[in-house]
Design a protein around this ligand. Sequence first.
Ligand code: NAD
Ligand code: WQD
Length: 343
Amino acid sequence: MKILVTGGTGYIGSHTVVELLNAGFEVVIVDDLSNSKADIAIAIERITGTKPLLEVFDLTDKVKTADFFKRHRDLKGVIHFAAKKAVGESVEKPLLYYRNNLESLMNVLEGMVDNNIRNFVFSSSCTVYGQPDELPVSESAPIKKAESPYGNTKQISEEIIYDTVKVTDLKAIALRYFNPIGAHESALIGELPLGVPDNLLPYITQTAIGIRKKLRVFGDDYNTPDGTAIRDYIHVVDLAKAHVVAVQRMIEGKMKKDFEVFNLGTGNGYSVMDVIKSFEKVTGLKLNYEIVGRREGDVEQVWADPSFSNKELGWKAEKGLDEMVSSAWRWEKAYRGSQPPQP
Ligand code: NAD
Ligand code: WQD
C-alpha cells in the first residue's frame, strides 16, 4: 500500500509520514526542501525504523511531476501537503503563492488522473471560513471571501479538486485544519519556521529560549472573555492520525460522496492568554510578553464543530492544550540543542 506524501518533510507532512509508516503503509515523499530539510527523513527513520523514500523536486515542474507519476503507477493514494503557507508573505508575493500552490496541485491531479491513481487527500484550512457567523463552525458554513492570497489558494484549490472529481474517477477528501501546534513526543520532528515565526506557538517557544526578545500579543480588546483572540489549537499528532484514517476510508471504499470535506479541530477554543498561561504552567517559566494592537487580517474567534469528523471518520483529537504546549517546548529545546550556537 504505497502512499505519496507531497511536502512530507514539512511540519504536518513529517508527522503524517510517521503515522502512515506506523500503520504499515509504504511512503514516498516528494518535497523541494524549500521549507524543510532532507534530514527529516533520517529523523523519521529513527522514530519508526523505516526510512521513507525521498524524491527532491519542485511539483510546479510539470515534466518532473508527470515523470514521477509514470514511475509510481502503483500508488494507492496521495496526501498533498506541499504548499507555501505564510499569510503575510502571500500578501507581498501573490503570484508566487498562486503559482506554487495551484500549479503544484494541478500537476499532481493530472499525474493521478493520467495514471489512474484515485485517492487524493488535500490540506485545506479553517481560513476558508473567515470570521464565521456561527460558532462552532461546521463544514456547511459559508466560505467567506479570502483575507489573503494564501487563503484564496485554499478556496480555489478546493474548487479545482471539486471540478476534477466531477469528471474523472478521482475521489478526494479535503481536511480543513484549525491551528496545528506541538510536536512528536520523541522531539525528533516538529515545526521549523524559517526566519521570524508568524504563528503563536513557535514565537512563544523562541522567546522563551532567548531567540526573540518579547512576544507581542496582538490585541486584548476583542469581544472574548479575556479580550484576546480565540483559536482551536490541535496537536499535530492528532492531526496526522486523521490523515491515516482518511486514506483508509478511501481505500476501503467507505466514502459517502466522491468529494468529502472534514474539519480537523478539537472543538475547544483557547485565547492567546490561555496559551501563554498553559506555557508558563507546564514549563515553570515566565514568558516575556506585551499587549500591542491587533494584527491586520486576524479574525476574533474561531473554533471547530468536529462532530461530523468524529462521527464519519471515527476520529477524535485526544491531546489537550498543556500536552500540545509542552511537546512544542521539548522540541524547541531539542532542536536548538542540536544546532550550532546562533551568532
Ligand atoms: P510546511 O512548510 O512545514 O510543509 C510544506 C512542505 O511543502 C515543505 O516541506 C516545503 O518544502 C514543501 N513544498 C512547498 N512547495 C513545494 C513545491 N512546489 N514542490 C515540492 N515541495 C514543496 O507546512 P505545514 O505547516 O506542514 O503545512 C502543510 C500543509 O498544510 C500546507 O498545504 C498548508 O497550507 C496546510 N495548512 C497548514 C496549517 C498550519 O498552521 N501549519 C494550517 C492549515 C493548513
Ligand atoms: C494565533 C493567535 C494571533 C503571533 C494562521 C493562518 C491560518 C492557518 C493557521 C494555514 C492569533 C495571535 C500570533 C504572535 C499573537 N494556517 N498571535 N502574537 O492567525 O489563527 O492562523 O495559521 O492555513 O490560515 O492565518 O494563527 O498562530 O498566527 O495566531 O498574539 O506573535 O495568536 O493574533 O490570535 P492564525 P497564528
